[in-house]
Every structure is written in structure tokens, then in C-alpha cells.
Design a protein around this ligand. Structure first.
Ligand code: ATP
Length: 307
């Protein structure tokens, strides 16, 4: 369990992180979303024990980052947004070096396992500088995994990757979640996060504006459901019939066939409404909730301002 408690970071008179708190459990994949300069890297580096908080703290499985930073470092894997790799070594030598620093037992076996997990087995004896950008990214992640950390802090891991490399990275991160690790992934590419994070946080100017599972964060900005309706019978007759329903907040026809309905009822009431419309003889071919995506939430919650 990771508990982040009221973390602050100030540089002189400037406060980059203004009291961030959240809790994550094993298996959680947390998408940490914010514009450039919002405070993501600062927060991640504090949790990684590389920056001392001005106030507040965090603990991982009860171990405090301020009281026991060395113990925390053994429990985390940190992949910075700009990482350096050692060029003149082979992939296995690079991993062996980090595994030995962490005092990993059975290093050969562990190296083979992380290479398999990151799909780099075929590159085991290649030089690091001969790897593509995506492979180097995966090697950096493999390096973060050699000591079997409980928490992974991945700062913009997908930046600079092509769509295929991104998709592979997403699959790998999802696998780490299934292995029971806590994964924090920062990004400002929103659609990228919503498909594989079970939980998101939106940060702006050092404040966490929203935190929770994707659906509840989305619902927090749009309590009314928006339903997209399509019918091949008379849309005006259908609209007239809807006046009887108090849960219909708004009805906007977009053409002769399609309309958008704002609906404040429950899922059951939504199902009953569809049934009633069909029973009234309307020929409905589409009746689906239009889910706001993270991009909508992000744009609505944030002002785009940076400190
Ligand atoms: P990006 O997406 O661009 O990486 P970020 O959300 O990771 O942005 P941070 O790097 O955490 O943002 O920076 C947060 C704020 O703190 C920025 O305004 C930045 O300029 C400021 N900042 C970061 N490090 C320092 C420092 N050492 N001294 C002064 N200000 C700093």
C-alpha cells in the first residue's frame, strides 16, 4: 500500500507541489495527469526519495520515505523522464550491473526473467547503443525490475515512442499491475492512460484536482448522463412523448434521425425509458450513453495555467 500524505515542495518562495495526498493498493495502475510544469516529476521524485519534501511524507507498506529512504529505494523502481543508459555494454551486462548493486541473488535467472517480461530476450547479447528507442525504454524498465520492486514510478514512459512501441509498453505495464505491483505512470497524453489505468489523478499547479477510478472522475464533472439516441421513426413524435419524463433534462435533435438527451436517472430508469419508447412504437436503432473521456475531464478541470 502506498500512502501519500500531504506532500509539499517549495523552491524558495515558489511552491511546486501544494499538499498532495492519495492512497494506492497493490495492482493499482495510477495515471498521473498534468500539463508541463504541473508538478508530476516533483511529486514522483519525492516518492522516489530523490527530493526531500518541504512538508508531508509518504509510506510504502508502512515504511516512511523520510525516515527510511534506503529501505524505500530497495522497494521501488524509478524510471525518470530523461534516462541515460550505458552505451558500451551489452544488454545482459547492463542488467547484471544493476542487479549486483541491489544484491540480487540468482542474477542470471533474474536477468532472463526480466528480459522475457520486457520482450528483449533476443537482444541479450546486443550492445545497448544498438537498440531502438522503444527497446531502450523497455531496457530501462527491465533495469527497474531486477530487484522485484513493489512500486514502479514511471515518468512519461511513452514519450518518443511510435504507436506500436506504445501499445507494447501499455501491455507490459498492465502485466506489472497483474503481478501485484503498484505502478504510477505520468503522462500528458490522456487517451493513452484511460485504457489501462484503473485510477487517475489530475494535477495542476501542484494541486491534485481529482483522484479516483476513471469512471468516478469522469462522473464528478458530468453528473448528468448524455445519451445518444438514433431512431428511424418520427423523431419529433418521440421528443413530444419524452416531455412526460422528469428525468429528461434536455433534448437536442441533431438531424432527422439523431438526438442527444441529458438524462438524470439511474441505469435502471434508462433501461425502462428505452423499453417504454420501444413499446410506444418508436423504432430505436441506437440508445447509448456517451461517456466523457479523460480529455474532457482534463480540459474542464484545468485552466492550462502554470506557475
Ligand atoms: P513536465 O510534464 O513538463 O515534466 P511536471 O508536471 O513534471 O512537468 P515538474 O517538473 O514537477 O512538472 O515542475 C513543477 C514546477 O516546479 C515547474 O514550475 C518547475 O519549473 C518547478 N521546478 C522544478 N524543479 C525546480 C527547481 N529545482 N527549482 C525551482 N523550480 C523548480
Amino acid at each position: 500500500m502506498l500512502e501519500v500524505k500531504n506532500l509539499h515542495k517549495s523552491y524558495g518562495g515558489f511552491t511546486a507541489v501544494q499538499g498532495i495526498s492519495f492512497t494506492l493498493k497493490p495492482g493499482d495502475i495510477f495515471g498521473f495527469i498534468g500539463s508541463n510544469g504541473a508538478g508530476k516529476t516533483t511529486t514522483i521524485r519525492m516518492i522516489a526519495t530523490l527530493l526531500e519534501p518541504t512538508a508531508g511524507t509518504a509510506s510504502l507498506n508502512g515504511v516512511d520515505i523520510i525516515e527510511n529512504p534506503m529501505q524505500i529505494r530497495r522497494m521501488i523502481g524509478y524510471m525518470p523522464d530523461f534516462f541515460g543508459l550505458y552505451d558500451d555494454v551489452k544488454v545482459w551486462e547492463y542488467l547484471d550491473f544493476f542487479a549486483s548493486i541491489y544484491g540480487v541473488q540468482k542474477r542470471d535467472q533474474v536477468i532472463d526473467e526480466v528480459l522475457e517480461l520486457t520482450d528483449l530476450t533476443v537482444k541479450k547479447f546486443s550492445y545497448v547503443q544498438s537498440l531502438s528507442r522503444g527497446m531502450q525504454q523497455r531496457l530501462c524498465l527491465a533495469r527497474c525490475l531486477v530487484h522485484d520492486p513493489k512500486l514502479l514510478l514511471l515518468d512519461e514512459p511513452a514519450s518518443g515512442l511510435d504507436p506500436r512501441a506504445r501499445a507494447e509498453l501499455k501491455e507490459l505495464i498492465a502485466e506489472l499491475g497483474r503481478m501485484g505491483k503498484i505502478v504510477i505512470v505520468s503522462s500528458h497524453i490522456l487517451p493513452e492512460l484511460s485504457d489501462f489505468c484503473n485510477c487517475v489523478g489530475i494535477i495542476e499547479r501542484g494541486n491534485l484536482l481529482a483522484f479516483g477510478d476513471v469512471a468516478s472522475v469522469v462522473r464528478s464533472i458530468r453528473p448528468v448522463k448524455v445519451i445518444r439516441l438514433s431512431c428511424i421513426s418520427d423523431l419529433h413524435a418521440l421528443e413530444a412523448g419524452l416531455k412526460a419524463y422528469s428525468s429528461i433534462q434536455n433534448f437536442v435533435g441533431t438531424n432527422d434521425q439523431d438526438a442527444t438527451i441529458e438524462f438524470s436517472g439511474t441505469d435502471e430508469e434508462q433501461a425502462d425509458l428505452l423499453k417504454a419508447l420501444v413499446n410506444q412504437g418508436h423504432r430505436i436503432i441506437g440508445f447509448n450513453e456517451d461517456h466523457a473521456d479523460l480529455e474532457d475531464v482534463f480540459l474542464k478541470l484545468t485552466t492550462g495555467a502554470v506557475n
